[in-house]
Design a binder for this molecule. Structure first.
Ligand code: OAD
Length: 240
């Protein structure tokens, strides 16, 4: 069985790179981007998560993020998130790169973690660039204001069409470059290139690529082992 093989490889691996996407939080009832439930008031994420949308109507974009933030903050990490914490604790070398902004990885206890697309609980001043917790901001007319600069703040989230913040991908790239024994990709469609490239890079440098996903995606054809199913069920079996 492939899960037994993957379990053995994972328990023997001294270095592990994990890349997660929205699917790992699906069993925490957070809708994925491209699946059902990804719409809000008839808008697709691609229509709201852009600098242009914010410029046009910051109040609308903030309203969407406040709705999403409530969903994320009310959600609880699921057994998939917890399994990755156990994996981190026992792996001599480990890094978790997540595309998710829902905060469930840090809340479940992941520490060797990079949230490459930002975090739903943080805002950034459009004038100074200062990043601060949303709860420290001031709401005025449906938008958040940075109390230090009295200027409009935006969600500290990487939007469509924006470049990755400097340094965000470095730790993952360094590890992939140096070579990891196993790269585990969980719950991502692989549609966004930099995180998908991390996994492919790790594979090129010799890593065994294991994917956990109920559906085929862009990375599946490159996976050495595809564990077809929901991560909340499969990750606990895989990690043990
Ligand atoms: P997608 O919505 O593109 O893909 C979600 C993936 O999760 C799909 O491949 C599903 O098959 C899979 N999935 C669904 N249920 C699952 C389950 N229970 N267990 C495991 N997998 C499951 O989300 P991402 O790949 O994360 O970026 O999207 C990547 C990025 O696209 C997002 O971070 C966001 C978006 O543009 C930014 O906002 C910058």
């Amino acid at each position: 069985m492939s899960i037994e093989r993957a379990h053995r490889l994972l328990s023997e691996a001294s270095s592990v790179l994990v890349v997660t996407g929205a699917g790992i939080s699906a069993e925490s009832n957070i809708p994925t981007f491209r699946g059902e439930g990804g719409l809000w008031e008839g808008f697709r994420a691609e229509e709201l998560a852009t600098p242009e949308a914010f410029e046009r109507d910051p109040e609308l974009v903030w309203r969407w993020y406040r709705w999403r933030r409530t969903i994320c903050n009310e959600a609880e990490p699921n057994p998939g998130h917890h399994a990755l914490v156990r994996l981190e604790e026992r792996s001599p070398e480990f890094l978790l790169v997540t595309q998710n902004v829902d905060g469930l990885h840090p809340r479940s206890g992941s520490r060797k973690l990079v949230e490459i697309h930002g975090c739903i609980d943080q805002a950034r001043c459009t004038r100074s660039g200062r990043v601060f917790p949303i709860d420290e901001g001031r709401w005025e007319g449906g938008v958040l204001v940075d109390p230090e600069s009295d200027s409009l703040a935006r969600p500290h989230i990487l939007w469509f069409g924006e470049s990755y913040w400097e340094g965000t991908l470095d730790a993952g790239l360094r590890l992939a470059q140096r070579g990891v024994e196993l790269c585990l990709v969980v719950g991502t469609s692989g549609m966004v290139w930099p995180p998908a490239a991390l996994a492919l890079h790790a594979k090129e440098r010799g890593a065994v690529l294991v994917e956990v996903n109920p559906n085929r995606g862009q990375l599946t054809q490159h996976a050495d082992i595809w564990l077809k199913g929901p991560s909340g069920e499969l990750l606990p079996q895989l990690v043990g």
